[in-house]
Design a binder for this molecule. Structure first.
Ligand code: ME8
Length: 517
């Protein structure tokens, strides 16, 4: 089954920051989870290179916007790779196929009678690349700001094409009512529905005062409003308009992962454009919260922009990836400090996961000839723990499908906590002398749980979970029909026997612990 997911495409007008990384790592985790669960995945990300914001940033540096975009798009791409992102396409809105797709959708909107020429006068925020009405702005200390985003707006008056957004008000309200899953998390839906219900004005969709954009077909004086071309990236990547086979395979997208500040563009404008063009709507738009550094919004002027690779250097990639979903609800804002990362690393990773793996594996190494032990008859406590672990794949699937990544990780950690309690209560180190068969069973149950959770958590921590699976002798093959794929964890009745020898490395304990030391 195919699964198409996207991130927002970032403005490459500056450096990539931890807020961007939060989105990329989340999307990558979902992509990896879906692959593990035997879906064919298409994961698209990229950069949004047109518009006044890019032009102004380039002017300040004395370079062309294309030069600025080339430099920074490379940085965004390389950083995503360094964050472990497994995207299938990195789209740049200056790509040739994207010009073709943007012009094709424009013509569709025109054919539907939804584009007309008029004059725009109103407030424009370059920071947001958004238009605001008079009452959506206010003057503070002599500067006019958008009330919602607090960014400066400037008066703009020019000939412009308009899109008949007002025509889609009722259809959009119907969409939110009939497909409540279209906007996630649930809490965002009402906010959007009441914005639409309060009345939609037609949208200015072209500019004439600069030319850094996709030319409007048939009128070279105009370039498209940057959001028209930006949103279109999602269908360009899926093959629109020429590659019909590809488009049929991937579109509609399963989910657009975005931040909360751009939900209006994705859940109001984008579906309206698609309805007008007669193109199917994406199945879901999920907005995550904002990430703050020690409670402060990151900004270049405050000088607290955090380079995600600095955090990777300081804590390790898997720790960072894990921390983001263990610490915050994927939908709400979150504030982190270096101390909060260290605490999670020590308590959740080193203690609950690393130690459990290390203690059970080193006992097997020493006492069971480094072979997965044969379990004897299972007690109620054994059965209870195994049942808990075997229920997690379905729970995880459910949470990943609604992008509740924190609940997916939490479900895994609940089982690990339970397994730690079980291990302490069973005291296998004492059984060694009194009842070696029972010791073997306890060790088998424990590593069976470690195996299931390690398989499940690979999308979040590919390297560390992979290392533990290697120690368990679980063969690689995630994404194929190998033993690391998710369904194995479900039909795991005979799971541990299939593992074979645990790593014969004398460093077993060290290596298992080292994943989180
Ligand atoms: O909005 N925490 O680009 P962008 C979490 N080009 N997420 C954050 C964040 C933070 N502190 N700061 C930004 C744009 N983001 C448009 C998108 S899509 C067709 C066009 C998120 O570079 C933000 O919400 O300003 C968005 O999803 C993404 O990073 C890119 O932001």
């Amino acid at each position: 089954m195919g699964y198409y997911l996207t991130t927002a495409i970032a403005y490459p007008n500056g450096a990539i920051h931890i807020g961007h990384a939060y989105e990329y790592i989340a999307a990558d985790t979902i992509a990896r989870f879906k692959r593990l669960d035997n879906h064919e995945v298409f994961f698209c990300t990229g950069t949004d290179e047109h518009g006044l914001k890019m032009l102004q940033a380039a002017n300040k540096l004395g370079i062309t916007p294309k030069e600025l975009a080339d430099d920074n798009a490379k940085n965004f791409r390389d950083t995503q790779l360094a964050l472990g992102s497994t995207f299938d396409r990195f789209i740049r809105t200056t790509d040739e196929d994207h010009y073709a797709a943007s012009q094709a959708i424009w013509r569709k909107l025109e054919e539907a009678g939804d584009i007309y020429l008029d004059t725009y006068s109103g407030w424009y925020s370059v920071r947001d690349e958004a238009f605001y009405t008079d009452d959506e702005t206010e003057v503070v200390d002599g500067v006019r700001l958008s009330k919602e985003t607090r960014t400066e707006v400037t008066w703009t008056e020019e000939e412009s094409y308009f899109f008949r957004l007002s025509k889609y008000q009722d259809k959009l309200l119907e969409l939110y009512k009939n497909h409540p899953e279209f906007i996630g998390p649930d809490s965002r839906r009402n906010e959007i529905a009441s914005f639409v219900a309060s009345g939609l004005k037609d949208l200015s969709v072209s500019r004439t005062t600069f030319d850094w954009g996709v030319p409007v077909p048939g009128n070279d004086k105009h370039v498209m409003y940057v959001w028209i071309d930006a949103l279109t990236n999602y269908i360009t990547a899926a093959g629109y308009p020429d590659d019909e086979e590809k488009f049929a395979k991937w579109w509609p997208a399963d989910v657009h992962i975005i931040g909360k500040d751009i939900i209006r563009f994705h859940s109001v404008y984008w579906p309206a454009f698609l309805m007008s063009a007669g193109i199917e709507l994406p199945k879901r738009v999920h907005a995550h919260g904002f990430l703050f550094n020690s409670g402060e919004k990151m900004s270049k002027s405050v000088g607290n922009v955090v380079d995600p690779l600095d955090l990777v250097d300081a804590f390790g990639l898997d720790t960072l990836r894990f921390f983001l979903f263990r610490e915050f609800s994927y939908g709400h804002d979150g504030s982190y400090t270096k101390d909060s990362i260290i605490t999670r690393k020590n308590s959740d990773l080193a203690n609950e996961y690393g130690n459990l793996a290390q203690r059970s594996l080193s006992m097997i190494q020493k006492n069971c000839d480094a072979q997965v032990p044969q379990p004897g008859e299972l007690t109620e406590a054994d059965e209870k723990l195994l049942a808990l672990a075997r229920a997690v794949p379905d729970t995880a699937r459910r949470h990943v499908d609604t992008q509740a990544l924190h609940l997916y990780v939490e479900a895994c950690w609940k089982v690990l906590s339970e397994a730690n309690r079980y291990f302490s209560a069973q005291e296998p180190w004492k059984l060694k002398k009194t009842d070696p068969d029972r010791m073997a069973t306890v060790l088998w149950v424990t590593i069976e749980v470690v195996r299931i959770i390690s398989i499940l958590i690979q999308p979040v921590m590919p390297e560390s979970a992979g290392k533990i699976l290697d120690l368990l002798g679980v063969p690689a093959g995630a994404g194929e029909a190998g033993a690391k794929v998710l369904p194995t964890a479900v039909d795991s009745g005979s799971g541990a026997e299939a593992m074979g020898a645990v790593s014969a490395s004398a460093a077993i304990g060290v290596a298992a612990g080292a994943a989180y030391a």
